[in-house]
Design a protein around this ligand. Structure first.
Ligand code: UD2
Ligand code: MN
Length: 471
């Protein structure tokens, strides 16, 4: 028996993990590309220092064609002393999926535990993960991830006795995001020892039974470099009968970076390609919601230039996986599903300035909208005119164009109309008039570009700065 030597939460501390029948052991797989020596070794040593020996079979470091000199011979010689640590090389840069698959293919543990190369494991991190898999072999389990400060490299320990309150979500551009656990679910939580079901996972730090990993189709091995594989695996695990969980008693630190440190040998388009592959395999008609928001993805889908996905479709069939609508209704009923066929969607061009309405920033909530060169990429210039006559920008949050009283600029605000309702708040209702004005009926005013500021003004069909086209 091993006790969880976690120090920040009594119920976690009190957990006992029995060795009879013996718990499975695990191979820890850490893939890296040009990772700094200190962060990589910190990850390795923290695993060695915090994992009970009987659970830790080996640590496999998989180098994804790093070019840094110190990661070559020097690294191999250094870890040779550590006995259960070894280095494998992927000669050609292929990305994290291929590297993880290479590690998994030689792993000897019964459980695979993946970690990013800039982590620090906290005492007692491993026992909950392994014992949960022993109890439920179809569970794919993640630790609670805490932040290692990007500048000071300090680990921010969890606040004692505060219940963990995050789970994984995604937006309709298919990026993984965190969200607070909805109140009605949070209120059912008794303590941290219970698994939290999560609609998606961050994808870097998790344990899975090795045989279940193989059963459920490992990864899409055509996904390159970085991105998309976490959302793919999230949908796949749920749709094909598994479960994704966060175990808050298990705590691991991770350095979250603000900018990608990676080079993309074939361009960042590989991320879009990975996303299109996952949308085509798992999302059924809901893929259209993604394509509306990402013109490049939509073009790739039309040109069929995302590679062959027949093996992945076959996998879905062989495993008898449920459809995406089941996933949304059963696993993630809280997810807002935008309209499949809004009345109009795309960029909104102002006739007078020949520029486009733009939310200006990814976090657009509460910000004035701006006018910007039309770029036809979707993103910040994506709007849809819903059947309820709102102008929504809804890639992540559901934001609506809101008429303010002149001289206040017009802003993006959280849409007042919620799932299942049909009348928008008066300030968020818009009519496209025959003269191409955008009119807010409650105030009787029209959307107007005045010296680059967008505000409400008396309607004037002769003023091109009040005329708009939705392409
Ligand atoms: C998150 C995940 C990451 C992965 C990614 C989506 C966490 C904490 N992190 O972003 O694991 O799922 O989303 O793809 O859940 N790497 C390579 N070759 C490459 C690129 C990256 O080996 O071409 C390695 C990299 O050194 C690192 C790991 O893959 O160890 C993940 O990359 P990241 O740390 O840049 O991803 P992150 O944390 O931003
Ligand atoms: Mn990372």
């Amino acid at each position: 028996m091993s006790t969880n030597s976690n120090t920040w939460y009594d119920p976690c501390l009190a957990q006992k993990f029995f060795r009879c029948p013996p718990l499975p052991d695990t191979s820890v797989i850490i893939v890296f590309h040009n990772e700094a020596w200190s962060t990589l070794l910190r990850t390795v040593f923290s695993v060695l220092h915090t994992s009970p020996a009987f659970l830790l079979k080996e640590i496999i470091l998989v180098d994804d064609a790093s070019t840094e000199e110190y990661l070559q011979k020097q690294l191999e010689e250094f870890v040779r002393e550590l006995k259960i640590v070894r280095v494998m090389r992927q000669r050609e840069r292929k990305g994290l999926v291929a590297a993880r698959l290479l590690g998994a293919s030689v792993a000897q543990g019964q459980v695979l535990t993946f970690l990013d190369a800039h982590c620090e494991c906290f005492h007692g991190w491993l026992e909950p993960l392994i014992s949960r898999i022993a109890e439920e072999p179809t569970a794919v389990v993640s630790p609670r991830i805490v932040t290692i400060d990007l500048n000071t490299f300090q680990l921010r320990k969890p606040v004692a006795n505060q219940l963990y309150n995050n789970r994984g979500s995604f937006d309709w551009a298919l990026t993984f995001i965190w969200e607070p656990i909805p109140k009605h679910i949070f209120n059912l939580r008794k303590n941290e020892t219970h698994p939290i079901k999560t609609p998606t996972f961050a994808g870097g730090l998790f344990s899975i039974s090795k045989s279940y990993f193989e059963h459920i189709g490992t990864y899409d091995d055509q996904m390159e470099i970085w991105g998309g594989e976490n959302v793919e695996m999230s949908f796949r695990v749920w749709q094909c009968g598994g479960q994704l969980e966060i175990l808050p008693c298990s705590v691991v630190g991770h350095v979250f970076r603000t900018k990608s440190p990676h080079t993309f040998p074939k361009g960042t388009e590989v991320i879009t390609r990975n996303q299109v592959r996952l949308a085509e395999v798992w999302m059924d008609d809901y893929k259209m919601i993604f394509y509306h928001r990402n013109n490049k993805a939509s073009a790739m889908a039309n040109e069929l230039s995302y590679g062959d996905i027949s093996d992945r479709r076959k996998l879905r069939e062989n495993l008898n996986c449920k459809n995406f609508s089941w996933y949304l209704n059963t696993i993630y009923p809280e997810m807002f599903v935008p309209e499949f066929k809004p009345l109009k969607f795309g960029p909104i061009r102002n006739v007078g300035s020949k520029m486009c309405l733009d939310v200006g920033d990814k976090n657009a909530e509460g910000r004035p909208v701006i006018i910007y060169q039309c770029h036809n990429q979707g993103g910040n210039q994506y709007f849809e005119y819903t059947s309820n006559k709102e102008l929504r920008h809804n890639i992540a949050k559901e934001l609506c164009l809101q008429a303010e009283t002149n001289p206040q600029p017009v802003r993006m605000q959280v849409c007042a109309l919620k799932k299942g309702e049909s009348r928008p708040s008066p300030h968020q209702e818009w009519i496209f008039t025959q003269e191409n004005l955008l009119k807010n009926p409650s105030s009787g005013k029209c959307l107007h570009v005045k010296e680059k500021v967008i505000l409400m003004d008396d309607c004037n069909a002769w003023n091109d700065y009040q005329r708009w086209s939705f392409s």
